[in-house]
Ligand binder design. Structure first.
Ligand SMILES: Nc1ncnc2c1ncn2[C@@H]1O[C@H](COP(=O)(O)OP(=O)(O)OP(=O)(O)O)[C@@H](O)[C@H]1O
Length: 399
């Protein structure tokens, strides 16, 4: 690790407005005041319906350091990354970034959908300060790493979410950035690609300052030297990974023990349950789970990501339920599906499931982590080599 500070954040805050009409009105007023050189309340007190999404956050990061950013949905992690990447302006405070910044924040962000993958590589690389010659030298490496050479001359709008993540990550890291910002969006990639990405982050960590946002505590603990937990925009705690992750998990267990729904994240989601919470299944036998989502408003298009981890926290199996598998529209109130899997192609042992509810833009609506446990029983002779995809037999809407 060097002594060179690459990221310096001092008292940074960002506010948003919950009401769209008011938000537009405030925005126009602030713009008018700025044009006429008048002070505006953009950096002052909150106006009706406004709230601090990020509130007085300060930290520094040196080359060679990796900061893991954790917190429940809506804690302000992405907003902080977007400010660091210059996509939005803080209302208060100061951000200093030194060197080239590689970032993978929102799904599809930074891509022009009508341009091909190859054209987007050139556009992005030039925005990151690379010359055409430098990009020419790197382009094969970028395409190779993304593993999508057969689609590279197709428009990005035809790419799946996973393909966009592959290309975005390959570009962001191929430029050998001084600063690398990685949001949860990496989770969209499949297990094998994610593993490859973590390996590359390990390599880059020596040379860059890395900020890594994730809900996957195993990955956070593996990659980060320090972890910072945000809670309602405020830095709730910061320190070594084990301590901060432990605190967060204890908090979640406490809420659970006191009857609150730990999985509730986005305001629109009232309940997100997977049942049964524990089940035993014989190797290679069919098994079924129920997914129950209660919403306050309709949500047009969701995906459900299921990821299974073994006792050591390694991802061993996963699958995505999207519009190809079921009618993925949520109605107001109760939505209940039964999902039948053909078999669980895993070795005998104990596993936990992480089930994540995601909207069509890859934004996480709710996470059910380590709430569902499965015990695989059988002869012990296995089975599929992990990681593997869970074979879905069918999904039925129960109501
Ligand atoms: N453009 C916006 N306008 C209004 N509110 C916003 C906007 N962007 C984010 N928010 C709100 O700011 C808060 C922080 O959001 P942010 O996306 O930073 O959280 P997060 O910790 O990254 O959550 P997640 O884990 O779900 O990605 C949330 O309440 C969110 O609804």
């Amino acid at each position: 690790m060097s002594d060179e500070t690459l990221i310096k954040v001092e008292g940074v805050s960002k506010k948003f407005c919950r009401d769209l009409k008011k938000s537009l009105w405030y925005g126009m007023k602030d713009l008018g005041n700025e044009l006429f050189g008048r002070r505006h309340s953009g950096n002052g007190a909150l106006r009706p319906d406004e709230f601090w999404a990020v509130d007085d956050v300060s930290f520094e990061l040196k080359r060679g350091e990796c900061l893991g950013l954790i917190g429940r949905n809506g804690a302000g992690k992405t907003t902080l990354l977007r400010m660091l990447n210059g996509l939005i302006k803080p209302d208060k405070g100061r951000i200093e970034m030194r060197g080239r910044v590689g970032a993978l924040i929102a799904l599809g962000a930074g891509f022009n959908p009508i341009l091909t993958g190859r054209e987007n590589i050139y556009v992005n690389a030039s925005a990151l300060g690379m010359t055409k010659r430098e990009t020419d030298e790197k382009i094969e490496e970028i395409i190779d790493f993304s593993e999508i050479p057969q689609f590279i001359d197709a428009p990005v709008q035809s790419y799946s979410s996973g393909m966009q993540v592959r290309l975005g990550f390959s570009i962001a890291t191929a430029i050998k950035p001084d600063i690398l910002l990685l949001d949860e969006v990496l989770a969209v990639g499949d297990v094998a690609f994610r593993t490859k990405c973590y390996r590359r982050v390990d390599e880059l960590r020596e040379l860059s300052a890395v900020i890594f946002v994730s809900h996957d505590m195993g990955s956070i603990a593996r990659v980060s030297g320090t972890v910072m937990r945000l809670d309602s925009g405020v830095v709730a705690s910061k320190g070594i990974p084990d301590k901060i992750i432990g605190e967060m998990e204890t908090g979640l267990r406490h809420q659970h023990a006191h009857g609150r729904n730990v999985n509730q994240c986005d305001d629109r989601i009232k309940k997100f349950n997977i049942s049964p919470p524990f089940f035993e299944v014989a190797q290679r036998n069919e098994f079924r789970i129920q997914v129950n989502i209660e919403t306050r408003t309709p949500i047009d298009g969701i995906q459900i990501w299921i990821s299974i981890q073994d006792f050591a926290g390694n991802h061993v199996a996963e699958c995505v339920l999207d519009q190809r598998s079921f009618n993925n529209v949520l109605i107001t109130g109760e939505n209940l599906w039964e999902v039948v899997f053909d078999m669980l192609p895993l070795r005998v042992g104990e596993y936990s499931w992480q089930v994540t509810l995601v909207d069509l833009c890859g934004r996480i609506l709710a996470v059910s982590r380590n709430e569902v446990h499965v015990s695989v029983v059988g002869t012990g002779i296995s089975a599929h080599v992990a990681p593997c995809t869970l074979p879905i037999k069918n999904i039925t809407a129960l109501f």
